[in-house]
Design a protein around this ligand. Structure first.
Ligand SMILES: [Zn+2]
Length: 432
């Protein structure tokens, strides 16, 4: 017998297809079989009146921490958090232990994800061996293993020469993407937060926006020279956005992402010394945040990525200067965007879903994700209640609880997430 599910009467928002309509979506054997009025087939019927159905979300920048840091997160716990946040695909960064700098770790992470069956996982390969910034990782071997995106995230490619080498080398392969963590170590060193009025008044050592901007400028120059594809992770400064805007106008093949926490918060939010607000790059000024919002709205910034960075409770409870940077983000990304960007009309809902799903799927080469929602396509979908209010607080589905959004009220609750026709989340709860 065919496995059938009907999402009944949802508002279907599909940035790549017919943008916004109300109807049913029939799923048959893992694929979308019909959209519109599908009648009453023998199927599991899920009433979606008043709910929004979109392509499953895609996170191109996640830290799942396995292998090596299983006390923070595992592939299973992280992909369960992803599913509960409405994601059907995530790209875990390579800074595990061992570092994903050869095909062995890539296969290990994929096998763990396949066993968990909670989200499709597209591991990111390291650019350099051990992400140490010296010699190139086994990029060819990892490309053969299906890796499309490479990053030493957590660290910047240290020299322009090395970046040039990897961008030129990467052109030999079909369309791989080099993703840069833009941070000049010599300027950023010791910085606990954004350098500005608030860092002076709090007595915390600052990390200037220029630490990011000089690398953005350098990398864009090298991308111009090589003609290669470049992706810039988690932009945080207004001038970085302007540099990307000009580079795109010039035809440089660059894409960029921004995190929900950089879109919502600013350095003023550190006044309570809340270590959950300590992130890297740091939360910058309100003007920077507003420029990130404008850049996302006009397409200068292509995608929203969580930079989900779980840390154990005792690590985050350390003194501010000892606490590792990072916030978890998979379970709050959609609601943060709906509450702080869509509700105040900074972003349209289709643009928000495009930035959370269609665009990162395209950059990752995750062709089964991101829509369009039409017959024949794999059924990777999310259904959410846009108005439902909740307060962010532990426990989380993630193993960790270091959320910058802790205590905040958000709107938007994931009701169902479907991965290849199977519900990974239904009625707001993970199914496995
Ligand atoms: Zn990073």
């Amino acid at each position: 017998m065919l496995e059938r599910t009907v999402f009944r009467g949802a508002r279907v928002v599909d940035p790549l297809g017919e943008t916004d309509r109300v109807g049913d979506v029939l799923i048959e054997d893992g694929r979308i079989a019909a959209v519109g009025d599908v009648g009453t087939p023998a199927a599991e019927i899920l009433d979606c009146e008043g709910l929004i159905l979109t392509p499953g979300l895609v996170d191109m920048h996640t830290h799942l921490r396995e292998p090596g840091f299983e006390h923070k997160e595992t592939v299973e716990s992280g992909t369960r958090a992803a599913a509960c946040g409405g994601f059907t695909a995530v790209a875990p960064m390579a800074n595990t232990d061992p570092v994903a700098d050869h095909a062995g770790v890539i296969h290990e992470v994929r096998d763990l994800a396949a066993a968990a069956r909670l989200a499709d996982v597209f591991p990111v390969g390291a650019i350099t061996k051990g992400s140490e910034g010296e010699s190139l990782a086994e990029i060819g071997e990892m490309v053969d293993a299906g890796v499309r995106i490479f990053s030493d995230d957590g660290r910047c490619v240290p020299t322009a020469r090395l970046l040039r080498n990897v961008l030129v080398y990467g052109k030999a392969f079909d369309d791989i993407v080099i993703a840069e963590h833009c941070e000049d170590g010599s300027l950023a060193e010791g910085g606990q937060m954004h350098e500005g009025l608030h860092s002076y008044s709090l007595g915390l050592r600052g990390q200037p926006a220029e630490a990011e901007e000089v690398i953005v400028a350098r990398d864009l120059a090298i991308a111009r020279m090589t003609g290669s594809r470049l992706h810039l992770c988690h932009l945080s400064s207004a001038r970085s956005v302007e540099l990307v805007r000009r580079a795109k106008a010039e035809g440089i093949r660059v894409t960029a992402e921004v995190t929900p926490h950089h879109l919502v918060f600013s350095d003023e939010d550190l006044l309570t010394y809340d270590t959950n607000m300590k992130v890297n790059p740091p939360l910058r000024s309100a003007d920077d945040r507003d420029a990130l919002r404008a850049g996302l709205a006009d397409g200068t910034i292509d995608a929203i990525a969580t930079d989900h960075a779980p840390h154990a409770v005792e690590e985050k409870e350390a003194e501010f200067d000892q606490s590792p940077p990072g916030t978890i983000g998979l379970e709050t990304a959609l609601a943060a965007v709906l509450t702080h960007l869509v509700e105040p009309a900074i972003l349209s809902l289709p643009r928000a879903i495009e930035a959370l799903s269609a665009v990162p799927a395209r950059i990752l080469g995750a062709t089964d994700h991101g829509g369009p929602i039409e017959p024949g396509r794999p059924a990777n979908l999310v259904v959410f209640d846009p108005g439902a209010e909740w307060i962010v607080e532990p426990p989380f589905v993630s193993k960790s609880r270091n959320s910058a959004f802790t205590g905040r009220t958000l709107h938007g609750v994931v009701v169902h997430t479907m991965l290849r026709g199977e519900l990974t989340v239904t009625d707001g709860k993970a199914t496995r």
